[in-house]
Ligand binder design. Structure first.
Ligand code: ATP
Ligand code: MG
Length: 465
């Protein structure tokens, strides 16, 4: 009886499969057509030196040294990834990545100043003082060897470490514009993915099926936003659409990696635009769940305005060539949550300072579950928040002590931001602005206890009360 049922269910499965095939002809035709078009697009194109604008003068001397040395030793050597993409736009690349057919061991033997790193995939780092040129051996991710490519239940790639050729290497890259190879042999640009055309059109297109590529590595969603903002490129509709549904996959990414990505996103000089885009695609909530929650309940445009102003400020500082610190922005993101929770605690009878300290701890311990913010940063965030309370104490020696605090400057900037966006009294912010520049004598006057009491006493005396 049991076996008959099993046979029947097998039959049913087969019949269902046949039906599925019969009733999805247009889907299949579409897919075939897409694959065909994809193949047509994926023809190798080589852009000779005269057909592109990358000049060796734009390339770091150390990267050139690495490329030439590899070539001289008989290996293939290319610049690849973001540096080629940026050079084509006339931008200064953040770093120079090299791809080669030499194995990591062979690279190590070619350079004295080289160290191999990485457990998941061995990479060579060639050191020149502070500059590091990363040299990666061509990798294949489609080798079919089960041991070499392991995929997590949700489609995430756990390991992909088989060496391959340049044709294989191309497929593991994320966007077509990140898959251009500058060949040191003849200074040509090699393009397997139609990346040059996408680059000229200003479009970010994932290589392969976007859903699969996002499942393999959900961080690609954040990279799409980052590059779109940085380069002013649009995101191709097929690459864009799945982000809305797959944003939640980022929850499976280690918090340390997400912290690194968040820094790249917000320290870019275009943090405000990045913030708006992340919110639009439902990605911000994954990185900063508590802040996003507060944004849903915004009151008279604060905290939205507050966060936006903090981002704007930090972009302006970068534009002026000034330093920015991650803890300032992170404090701004979470300030509303800290304040909300502290007020709740005060409502339950806690005193102000105690309430804020505990609120800060709770908010931070929730936050580090999604982004593992290093301790020294969370420590500074706490200081910025707690110093806000001390700004209210303007009598006696306290203001002088606060002025000498190592976090005073950041906390004062934070106060200004709060005042500008309606979260603190403008008079208080102005008082502190003045206090910093006044003479010692004037500072003394400013911090003297009010005379109100004396006057009051006199009045009482005069009236013989
Ligand atoms: P930038 O250095 O300006 O942030 P980039 O594109 O160079 O941008 P890197 O993180 O330096 O980014 O990576 C170098 C290259 O490695 C990329 O251009 C891309 O080809 C490939 N790459 C990096 N991360 C991924 C990823 N998550 N998935 C697929 N390919 C990736
Ligand atoms: Mg790079």
């Amino acid at each position: 009886m049991k076996s008959r049922i099993q046979i029947d269910s097998k039959k049913v499965t087969i019949i269902l499969k046949i039906f599925k095939k019969m009733f999805r002809p247009t889907d299949m035709a579409d897919k075939k057509q897409r694959v065909k078009e994809d193949r047509k697009d994926r023809q190798l194109r080589v852009y000779s030196r005269s057909e592109h604008n990358i000049s060796r003068t734009q390339i770091s001397e150390n990267a050139l040294k690495v490329l030439y040395r590899l070539k001289k030793s008989g290996y293939e050597a290319y610049l690849v990834g973001g540096c080629v993409r940026d050079l084509l736009l006339g931008l200064e690349p953040k770093d120079f990545d090299v791809a080669t057919d030499a194995s990591p061991e062979q690279v190590r033997k070619t350079f004295r100043n080289c160290r191999l790193i990485g457990r998941r995939f061995r990479l060579a780092h060639v050191h020149f003082g502070r500059e590091i040129i990363e040299v990666a051996t061509f990798r294949s991710s489609e080798d079919g060897d089960k041991d070499s490519q392991r995929v997590h239940d949700d489609g995430r790639l756990l390991r992909d470490n088989v060496f391959g050729t340049i044709e294989d290497d191309v497929w593991r890259r994320d966007f077509t514009v990140n898959a251009l190879y500058y060949n040191i042999r003849d200074f040509s640009v090699i393009d397997y993915m139609n990346g040059m055309a996408d680059h000229s059109a200003g479009v970010l297109k994932l290589i392969g099926d976007p859903v699969t590529r996002y499942r393999e590595d959900p961080v690609r969603m954040l990279r799409a936003i980052r590059f779109s903002v940085k380069l002013g490129f649009s995101i191709d509709p097929l690459t864009e659409k799945p982000i809305f549904e797959l944003a939640h996959l980022l929850q499976g990414i280690p918090a340390a990696r997400l912290y690194d990505e968040a820094l790249k996103l917000f320290m870019s000089g275009k943090a405000l635009q990045t913030f708006e885009m992340l919110r639009h695609y439902g990605l911000f909530v994954i990185l900063f769940p508590q802040s996003d929650h507060c944004l849903d309940f915004e009151d008279h445009d604060f905290p939205r305005l507050f966060i936006a102003r903090a981002l704007e400020n930090s972009d302006a500082r970068i534009a002026e060539g000034k330093n920015i610190t991650p803890y300032f922005l992170l404090s701004a993101f979470l300030w509303e949550s800290v304040q909300g929770l502290a007020k709740e605690k005060m409502g339950q009878g806690d005193d102000e300072s105690f309430a804020y300290q505990n609120a800060a701890s709770e908010v931070l311990s929730k936050q580090v579950k999604s982004l593992s913010i290093p301790k020294r940063i969370t420590q500074s965030m706490r200081e910025v928040w707690l110093l806000q309370l001390r700004f209210n104490k303007r009598i006696g020696v306290r203001p002088h002590r606060l002025l000498a605090h190592p976090r005073f400057r950041a906390a004062y900037d934070f106060l200004l931001l709060r005042a500008e966006t309606g979260g603190a009294e403008m008079e208080l912010a102005e008082w502190w602005t003045r206090f910093q520049v006044e003479s010692e004598a004037e500072q003394k006057k400013m911090t003297r206890p009010p005379r109100k009491n004396k006057k009051f006493k006199k009045k009482i005396k005069d009236n013989n009360v």
